[in-house]
Design a protein around this ligand. Structure first.
Ligand SMILES: [Zn+2]
Length: 74
């Protein structure tokens, strides 16, 4: 049996380090999204608009016309 270790986007397979299939976001970008996406923060990452927590939209497009931030993560 080869040794397989899955670690941080790489798979250590039988002595070789192989990058996993490229995903749409890097690990850093995923963290950025987790830290900044209004789905998690309730706040527009661009202008600070607060989304209504009671009535969260499916797409968090910012309603502030001067901002225009669009949720492109879905
Ligand atoms: Zn905004």
């Amino acid at each position: 049996m080869p040794l397989i270790i899955d670690c941080k986007g790489y798979t250590y397979y039988d002595g070789k380090l192989i990058p996993n299939k490229p995903s749409r976001y890097t690990a850093e970008e995923k963290l950025f999204i987790l830290d900044n996406h209004p789905f998690f923060t309730g706040i527009c990452p661009q202008c600070g608009h607060k989304f209504e927590q009671d009535n969260l939209p499916v797409h968090f497009d910012c309603p502030n016309p001067e901002c225009g931030w669009i949720d492109d993560s879905v």
